[in-house]
Ligand binder design. Structure first.
Ligand code: AMP
Ligand code: ZN
Ligand code: FE
Ligand code: FE
Length: 290
């Protein structure tokens, strides 16, 4: 099976890239994309680890020899952009790391400045926290701040942290630094990455059909149709939009690893049960950008 949307400890996931690869193998994933927020730091560890796994594909024809496949890591990223004052995430598959790493480092610095601003807001509200030191190339996000609030005893769960402080309209929330959808899509395209709108129905800044037109004009190549947050009706709408605009369909669980505070997980690895056949058109699209 195919899993095209996952996070590791390089951004706000709770499993290291190595642990994520192990969990993916156990969940029946043959091809796994590493799509951390604004960083490529997780790829190399995942690629190294995946080499240890040769997987047995299920036999379709009982007379045929079973097929053995190497666990495949798909290099990816989830870029944070701002549209109509709301965050809009764009996945990029197969970027050229040599080209993308330097421009991404400015986005990473922006995430660090934003995290410091949220910490300052919480301090002013009477809820001081300290964030763990994140290494070079690691992307801090709101989940890190939510965990720090739990550790400091200010809230009982990360859910409470989002509900009271960190949710998009709450007092300690800070927007990403300015980075438009067209800047984001151009950056991905110029670095050889296939740009895909992540979880469109989670976007709060406009109607999906209207926003999609702007994204397509900017060079969007696909839509993340299959995401745990989408209803069956939303999925159908997105499939129809892919057909109308000739866009690729992608999907994934948006897995962030097990929660650290007992909050139930909203997603499980491989929960979208996607066939490997979705990957070939994405690879072909990436070729056209080379
Ligand atoms: P950021 O990119 O730093 O704004 O953080 C976004 C991440 O926070 C998402 O990928 C989710 O993992 C997490 N997140 C966003 N909203 C919530 C929420 N209401 N409850 C729990 N986690 C959330
Ligand atoms: Zn995340
Ligand atoms: Fe996202
Ligand atoms: Fe994500």
């Amino acid at each position: 099976m195919l899993e095209l949307h996952c996070h590791t400890t390089c951004s706000d996931g709770t499993l290291t890239p190595k642990q994520l690869v192990h969990a993916a193998v156990r969940a029946g994933v043959f091809a796994l994309a590493i799509t951390d927020h604004d960083t490529l730091s997780g790829w190399s560890e995942a690629i190294g680890e995946a080499q240890h796994f040769v997987l047995e594909a299920p036999q379709v024809d009982t007379n045929a020899a079973s097929q053995r496949l190497n666990m495949e890591i798909i290099p990816g990223v989830e870029l944070s952009t701002v549209h109509n004052d709301r965050s809009l995430h764009i996945l990029g598959f197969y970027p050229d790391a040599d080209k993308l790493t330097v421009p991404l480092s400015e986005r990473l610095e922006g995430r660090k400045r934003r995290a410091d601003q949220m910490v300052a807001k919480l301090e002013a509200l009477g809820y001081p926290i300290s964030l763990p030191e994140l290494g070079e190339g690691m992307a801090p996000g709101r989940p890190h701040i939510a965990n720090a609030l739990v550790r400091a005893g200010h809230v009982k769960s990360t859910r409470e942290a989002f509900d009271r402080f960190l949710g998009d309209d709450q007092a300690a929330y800070v927007h990403y630094e300015k980075f438009s959808i067209s800047e984001g899509i151009a950056l991905l395209g110029n670095c050889g990455a296939v740009p895909v709108w992540a979880h469109p129905y989670l976007f709060r800044g406009g109607e999906v059909e209207e926003v999609l037109k702007e994204l397509v004009d900017a060079g969007l190549m696909g839509i993340e149709v299959y995401h745990p947050s989408h209803t069956p009706k939303e999925r159908k709408n997105l499939e129809a939009l892919c057909d109308r605009y000739g866009l690729l369909r992608t999907g994934g669980s948006d897995y962030h690893g097990p929660s650290t505070d007992g909050t139930p997980n909203s997603s499980k690895l491989n929960m979208m049960h996607l066939p490997l056949s979705l990957l070939d058109p994405i690879k072909q699209a990436a070729q056209t950008l080379r």
